[in-house]
Design a protein around this ligand. Structure first.
Ligand code: AMP
Length: 586
């Protein structure tokens, strides 16, 4: 096929904005194309060479393109640059320059689609020393034989600026129109959703018709487009919608990951189908030892945890890992992550996406041996509103953002790429910030790990219970200290060091160091939650649980002006908790 034929289609697409008309233009062209070219046409029309999830991306620097246009056309670089400043679009610049120079082009060979595609492939693949020169040479080669109209689109695509506005859904419509009936559109869309590869879907449709893609199964290595959730504001509405019964799971606040496992080979994809493998080598390693089958596709949420307190951290902490290629090892130490698996889409050659949720869950549990780093999502089958409410409180207490309710009906399949009511998220969009700081007493400390080796990793903090004259723990405090303060703490606390826990301190946690309650410091937390591991107001609000402060931070103020019995009291914290609840419910 000639590249010029594709260029005519681009021009037709550019002169219309109506989706129906665009679909029509594309469908007619798709029908004309041979099946191998069709695959390339689909990618190129979306400004790509491969499906989205391939790491190779087009995106030659504008400067290199302009230089190549100048040298190929024999135009002064300055003139090309001026035109670019005026037009802003590499395509227009290229077209204009080559129009002017058209007469001087001596040898021109008609460009084929394959030749352009291969040149673009080689340009993207060129790496290392001398690669700039090589890219320019390859580009110059095709531009030399291009008509001005062809040069326009070559310039656009090579710089990653195709922008024809052809959405995935338009291509799906056009493919259905070209090779199937209207009724089969859903089949085409599903094939795309399980493969994330429109080029492949197009080629198969062209070769084998609709039957060819009905058989399309999920494949390891091809990310499946993520299933998404609707939202509802209350467990009442959720249960009503789900027929009175649903599986509720913790909704973790992290990064969604789809793990493709084939023996020891593991690839991690993000929700947007980017390859995340190199960012999470620790997760890959942990999955390798936890996965007990031959091959599979698992989904889960990666959540950062504080190495010193073990608490789940807000999602932003994971973002520290992005773009830190050189420093990844220390990022892994500072921000280790756990993965909470919640789905199994493929296991040992069997596509499970059409199986109901609980069957997929059983598959997940059968193939994973949970470890410290690899866990399955906390899940409970619920048919009462009160149970959903209680589970929701537990989820918040454990650092999650709410719950995810999932249908357990027979039709609760994994609906790739679509948002629907088979999954419903339930998170309260409230601000639960503690607006007031609290003054807490240091009663113990934990030895530091990672970067904090040799100093304290976290302090064990308590409120003062005035009625009992005791100190009750409320959080592990590890954030908000600068390096200097951190280094000074051991000597500051040395005077109050004890060989064992002070008799007035109530703690369920075993600290590495104990202190006589004396130092008071100011702390700001995100919210107050119920916790079974802290002793503050123990069993007063919930049986066998106390109150805890989530995400506590040292404000930088040592309250030397306060004695330990002048610290924030247990009763005060209890009142703060109740006030916060009123805000949440209101
Ligand atoms: P949202 O981003 O608010 O639309 O919520 C959907 C996201 O919640 C998913 O894409 C996952 O990344 C995340 N998530 C956390 N926990 C779960 C879970 N148990 N099941 C499914 N998704 C979860």
């Amino acid at each position: 096929m000639l590249y010029g034929e594709l260029v005519k289609v681009y021009e037709a697409l550019e002169s219309t904005s109506g989706r129906l008309e665009m679909t029509d233009i594309l469908a007619k062209f798709f029908q004309m194309a041979d099946c191998e070219s069709l695959r390339k046409i689909v990618y190129l029309t979306q400004g790509q060479l491969y499906p989205d999830f391939y790491p190779q991306k087009l995106g030659l620097a504008d400067k290199l393109l302009l230089k190549t246009i100048a040298s190929t056309s024999g135009t002064n670089e300055k003139n090309v640059h001026e035109l670019w400043l005026k037009e802003g679009d590499p395509g227009t610049v290229s077209e204009r320059i080559f129009e002017e120079k058209r007469q001087t082009t001596l040898f021109s060979e008609t460009l084929t689609l394959n030749r352009v595609y291969e040149a673009l492939q080689r340009i993207t693949e060129a790496e290392g020393s001398g690669s700039q020169h090589q890219k320019m040479r390859l580009l110059s080669d095709v531009l030399h034989d291009a008509t001005p109209r062809e040069a326009k689109y070559i310039a656009r695509i090579v710089t990653g600026k195709m922008r024809l506005g052809v959405a995935d859904m338009t291509v799906i419509d056009a493919l259905s129109q070209a090779f199937a009936t209207k009724e089969d559109r859903d089949v085409v869309e599903r094939a795309f959703n399980v493969s994330s590869d429109l080029g492949k879907v197009g080629e198969r449709l062209c070769r084998n018709g609709i039957e060819g893609i009905k058989e399309m199964k999920v494949e390891i290595g091809n990310p499946i487009r993520a299933m998404l959730a609707e939202r509802l504001p209350s467990p009442f509405e959720i249960l009503e919608r789900m027929g009175g019964r649903a599986a509720f799971e913790y909704k973790y606040d992290g990064v969604r990951v789809q793990a493709h496992i084939e023996g020891k080979e593991i690839t991690l994809f993000s929700r947007r189908l980017e390859d995340l493998t190199s960012q999470f080598p620790d997760v890959v390693k942990a999955l390798r030892s936890a996965f007990r089958s031959k091959s599979g596709i698992l989904e889960g949420e990666c959540v950062p945890v504080d190495i010193n307190t073990g608490e789940m951290l807000p999602f932003q902490e994971v973002s520290h890992r992005r773009g830190r290629k050189h420093d990844l090892t220390s990022a892994i130490e500072e921000y280790p992550v756990r993965i909470f698996l919640f789905d199994c889409l493929h296991l040992d050659g069997e596509d499970l996406t059409n199986k109901p949720l609980l069957e997929r869950r059983r598959a997940l549990e059968s193939c994973v041996q949970t470890t410290d780093e690899v866990r399955t999502s906390e899940m409970r089958i619920v048919d009462k509103i009160e149970d959903a409410d209680a589970f929701f409180q537990e989820a918040l207490r454990d650092g999650c953002e709410g719950l995810m309710a999932k249908s357990v009906a027979d039709d609760s399949v994994y609906r790739a790429g679509s948002r629907g009511f088979l999954w419903i998220k339930y998170k309260k969009e409230y601000k639960s910030e503690m607006t007031d700081t609290v003054d807490l007493v240091v009663v113990g400390a934990f030895a530091g790990r990672g970067r904090r080796k040799g100093v304290y990793g976290a302090l064990l903090m308590a409120t003062y219970n005035g009625e009992e004259d005791t100190f009750e723990t409320v959080c592990k405090l590890g954030s908000g200290f600068d390096d200097q303060t951190l280094a000074s703490l051991p000597s500051k606390l040395e005077v109050s060091r004890l060989s064992e826990k002070h008799p007035k301190v109530h703690s369920k946690l075993e600290a590495d160091f104990w202190f006589e309650p004396s130092m008071v410091i100011e702390v700001l937390g995100a919210e107050i939650t119920i916790s079974p591991i802290h002793t503050c107001a123990y069993s007063r609000i919930r049986k066998d649980a106390g109150l805890a402060i989530r995400f506590p931070r040292f404000t930088g103020r040592f309250r030397d002006d306060k004695g330990p019995r002048e610290a924030t009291t247990t009763a005060e914290l209890e009142t703060m908790y109740k006030n916060q609840l009123k805000k949440v419910d209101g």
